[in-house]
Design a protein around this ligand. Sequence first.
Ligand code: LIP
Length: 262
Amino acid sequence: MDAGNLLPLAVEIAREAGDLARRRREDGVAIAATKSTLADIVTEADREVEDLIRARLAEARPGDGFLGEESGVEEGTTGVTWVVDPIDGTVNYAYGIPHYAVSIAAVTGEVAPGHWTAQAGVVFSPAAGELFRAARGAGAWLGERRLSVSTPSDAGALLATGFGYDPATHGPDLDRVRRVMPAARDLRRAGAASLDLAYVAAGRLDGYFERGLHPWDHAAGGLLVIEAGGTLWGSPGGAPGRDMTIAGSAGLVERLRILIEG
Ligand code: LIP
């Protein structure tokens, strides 16, 4: 598998998809439906952007598999599966907060975190005009700058986290924040997991932790962290999962794991 062949395609499609999302935001955003809870929304743009990404990938690589947040899974025949969040940070996007991203990853093997091999990943922030990219074994990049995770200063780690759409989970999530704060200098809650992970890869955050992520939230951003020399841990099974995702330098991830597990 030549990961390098997959990355340029992911970059090209992410840019086109991101430009569509940005234009639709300027036109005004319509909520299409709610999903798991009233707070878990999907916009017409989410669906339109995912349709565009799916069509471009099918044109370029017929036979690849697809797993998208809005349209679900389609098994492929090539061994490559694309894992896509068309607009990560949907609530930000719906409110007009310019912090959302198109997240596209290509994986091989079983389409499950901890079992797949991420080959290429792109996280594109249209509002910031920043495209984070990585191919397996070729580093993580923002433009021509090679990315590297940071090591927390003596002041503590700048951490990011997020909260799910189910209000019943907010209490335990806040208890977890309380357990983690002894390791932190401060905490950010920006609302897009893929960008939180990209910022860890870029050293803009020291670490990130969140419960309840889906594969499409972390597939691309997780590869960025690994290719930037970072560590990605999660539960169940040590890989990013619904129970927990933690990212950062190896030492920080271990410290956060211990604090989170209590
Ligand atoms: C979002 C994540 C964010 C999390 C939100 C939501 P979406 O994904 O990126 O980190 O805190 O609850 O899951 O729904 O915008 O694609």
